[in-house]
Design a protein. Structure first.
Ligand SMILES: NC(=O)c1ccc[n+]([C@@H]2O[C@H](COP(=O)([O-])OP(=O)(O)OC[C@H]3O[C@@H](n4cnc5c(N)ncnc54)[C@H](OP(=O)(O)O)[C@@H]3O)[C@@H](O)[C@H]2O)c1
Length: 375
């Protein structure tokens, strides 16, 4: 299998470059990210090749000569490129997450036309296109709605546009949605910090130490290496035409096994009670309260970027919902792959709160009841 992946210089791309056993071709544009990636894969030059392109233009901006060469090798095109900037303008989000995603369908079609083989397109999206939905979120198309943030909206428009283009151009397509991606499960290495990390960083600034969340709010998050492993297994199945027809979406998520917010926070405290200065309380809130609070920064207030992102992130930890993953299981089973076990609570807590185990020198804790137990 030879997978061509766009966005290899991003968070997920770095993980793919780290775990892939297959031959990999990365599509990158000249950027700081690409330079960093080049340095990183120098030792693996034989297995990973980089080609230059730009997803915002037709055929991802790859020269015809290069297309001809790629067509004879590539078995699946995977799109991990796009804008993940929640504060991005509508124009930049449309260019990367809609136009760029659709150009990917045309790119896969062009490779198929040259090679005479069917080359499928695996597009990545986010489970958060669910907007304010609670309960079980299915692995299907989702309806239009007014509760999405700007980022969620353009990812959703991108999904719809990819499906339409794939039907028109007759390209086999699958959309893989991810929840929050954390750093590597063993090293903790991450390219940047998403809203879950921001929660941990803003811990002491949370007004009154009260965190509003639905009673059984869940936090679904995946270490990036685990997410990459599953994505590659799905790409392999898609290339082998082993994904049952009718499956258009999969959630690469923990589903019903995702921990509740309470469990995650308590696990963090268990792993390293001294890592937290002030403790917080989870305040029961309704769905509307959580959704409205998380929309405050984007719709009404002018907050600095970190606060705004932290507020948006409230809906990713404060809603009681499960991202169904039965289609993912079916797709993996059909290809003889066992479903990857869920991320352990401890790993999730360690990565989210940056807990590296017991600290070498523990200063006296400020929390009195805990201090009682110290020698
Ligand atoms: N990270 C998360 O927590 C998360 C959660 C849910 C879903 N996802 C989804 O997972 C996928 C990958 O996300 P990520 O976190 O890896 O994103 P990321 O770290 O922001 O990386 C984005 C990648 O896209 C590339 N890119 C952007 N515009 C491009 C263009 N015009 N042409 C070519 N490349 C371009 C970037 O290249 P440069 O280095 O040149 O900028 C970078 O490699 C996305 O679909 C995202 O929506 C991510």
């Amino acid at each position: 299998m030879t997978v061509l992946v766009s966005g290899l210089s991003g968070q997920l791309g770095h993980a793919i470059a780290g775990v892939t056993p297959a031959r990999l071709i990365g599509l990158v544009r000249p950027s700081v990210g690409a330079t960093r990636l080049r340095r990183r894969i120098e030792s693996r030059q034989g297995a990973i090749e980089l080609v230059t392109g730009d997803i915002s233009v037709k055929h991802w901006g790859v020269e015809e000569q290069v297309l001809e060469r790629l067509a004879h090798e590539v078995t699946c095109v995977v799109n991990c490129a796009g804008s993940t900037d929640w504060m991005g303008t509508a124009e930049s989000l449309q260019t990367s997450n809609v136009a760029g995603a659709v150009h990917g369908v045309g790119f896969a079609r062009r490779l198929s036309d040259i090679s005479g083989r069917s080359i499928p397109y695996l597009h990545t999206s986010t489970t958060y296109v669910a907007g304010s939905a609670v309960g079980t979120v299915p692995e299907t198309r989702l309806a239009a709605g007014g509760d999405r943030t700007r980022y969620e909206h353009f990812k959703w428009v991108g999904e719809e546009a990819v499906l339409r283009a794939a039907r028109t151009l007759e390209v086999p397509v699958l959309i893989a949605r991810f929840p929050a991606l954390l750093g590597d499960s063993t090293t903790g290495e991450t390219l940047y910090k998403n809203s879950l990390y921001l929660l941990a960083e803003r811990w002491n600034d949370i007004p009154l130490g009260l965190l509003p969340a639905m009673h059984n709010a869940r936090v679904d998050c995946m270490p990036r290496d685990k997410a990459a492993e599953i994505l590659l297994a799905v790409a392999e199945g898609l290339a082998a035409q082993a994904v049952p027809s009718g499956i258009e979406f999969v959630h690469i998520a923990n589903g019903a096994q995702a921990p509740t917010l309470r469990a995650l926070v308590e696990a963090g405290r268990m792993v390293d009670p001294y890592a937290f200065d002030r403790w917080i309380r989870i305040m029961p809130a309704s769905r509307n309260q959580v959704v409205n609070a998380s929309a405050l920064g984007e719709r009404f207030a002018r907050l600095d970027g970190r606060w705004q992102n932290a507020l948006i992130g409230l809906r990713y930890i404060g809603l009681d919902r499960i991202f169904d993953r039965s289609a993912l299981r079916t797709a993996l089973d059909a290809h003889g792959k066992v479903a990857i076990p869920p991320v352990s609570l401890e790993t999730a807590a360690r990565l989210t709160f940056g807990l590296d185990g017991i600290r070498e020198s523990i200063s006296a804790p400020k929390h009195r009841p805990l201090a009682r137990f110290r020698a």
